[in-house]
Design a protein around this ligand. Structure first.
Ligand code: P6P
Length: 335
């Protein structure tokens, strides 16, 4: 049983040996993400003050230009990951192409690639709704030199060696897995330290919450429409509760704690859905499976999808096992 209140730093050191490739570099990588999370958290938490300090695009009292928070978050995560001799490439929702990082030491090869959505749901910031950072980590496939998109970045989600998210909510949490379960750490802002607050997080097998933007109902496939009507029908333990924050990380986090299903289906207005495979769906699917949940595109496992491009979108259904399996039944009937 994991002891609560251990710091993230202590946890990383204690669990390093359990990691398949325990060379210490993944630990350094998680530590780098921890640092960037604290920096971004500070900016997100004062976002509401930007209007007082000068709107995005203006300059603040130090004469620094105010940046859109998602651009700032992108820069902070890239900057933090760049100068640690661990990562050879970064792909970001904010960057058209991936960024390569060459090792300063000709005898050392940076062995990881990171794919990141630096601030998912950033449009919620203006209305003070929680947002998140999502990250996905792979070992590079090409042995040396500049990473290659097809081989090093377009890897199946099942090849991830770690994934996680930071949720900037009523409290700031870092939730991640390196393949041995999911653990959640809460930031004590007074100390700037993350503490193990949610050891061994698991999706309840059943749930009573469904999360989907029902404003798109008329555009959904019949199988999705039928499942939503199933959730709403007065029968047995139904109707379920509808909860949709509009921030993937927040809806996912709540569903993992309480039980539930999150859905972003494809539709007649979004032919592959909205969410990105590489830096949203794959990391969340990795966490879901590590927490005994399921993540699919409505028919097959998200982690089995062979990526074809850096920013490709896929339909996404994720959460409590029995809820996603019931969704699959409706999708199969209407296939
Ligand atoms: P819609 C935020 O933009 C996001 O990528 C997810 O975090 C969120 O669940 C979804 O899109 C919201 O999209 O179309 O329902 O506003």
């Amino acid at each position: 049983m994991l002891k609560k209140n251990k710091t993230l730093g202590e946890f990383i050191i204690e669990n390093q040996s359990s990691f398949q490739y325990s060379s210490g570099e993944l630990s350094k990588l998680i530590n780098a993400l921890r640092l960037a999370a604290k920096v971004v958290n500070h900016e997100v938490n004062k976002a509401g003050l930007v209007d007082i300090l000068g709107d995005a695009g203006d300059t603040n009292i130090q004469g620094e230009s105010q940046q859109k928070l998602d651009v700032l978050a992108n820069e902070k995560f890239i900057q933090t990951l760049k100068n640690r001799e661990i990562v050879c490439g970064i792909a970001s929702e904010e960057e058209d192409d991936f960024i390569t990082i060459n090792s300063n030491d000709e005898n050392h090869q940076n062995k990881y690639v990171v794919l990141i959505d630096p601030l998912d749901g950033s449009s919620n910031i203006d209305v003070n709704v929680s947002v998140g950072t999502i990250f996905s980590i792979y070992r590079r496939v090409t042995p040396v030199g500049t990473p290659v998109e097809m081989k090093d970045f377009l890897q199946k989600g099942s090849e991830q060696v770690a994934a996680g998210y930071i949720v900037y909510g009523t409290s700031t949490m870092l939730v991640y897995s390196t393949g041995d379960g999911v653990n959640g750490f809460t930031l004590n802002p007074a100390l700037g330290t993350f503490y193990l607050s949610h050891p061994n997080m698991q999706f309840p097998e059943e749930g009573k919450i469904y999360s989907v933007n029902e404003g798109n109902y008329v555009h959904f496939l019949q199988g999705v429409k039928d499942y939503i009507k199933y959730c709403q029908k007065e029968e047995g333990d139904r109707p379920y509760t509808s909860r949709y924050i509009g921030s993937l990380v927040s809806d996912f986090h709540r569903n993992m704690i309480k039980g539930g299903i999150y859905m972003y289906p494809k539709s007649s207005i979004a032919e592959n859905g909205k969410l990105r495979l590489l830096y949203e769906c794959n990391p969340m699917a990795y966490l879901a499976e590590q927490a005994n949940g399921i993540a699919s595109d409505g028919f097959g496992r998200i982690l089995d999808i062979e990526p074809t491009e850096l920013h490709q979108r896929v339909p996404f259904f994720c959460g409590s096992r029995k809820m996603v399996e019931k969704l699959h039944e409706f999708m199969a009937k209407n296939a």
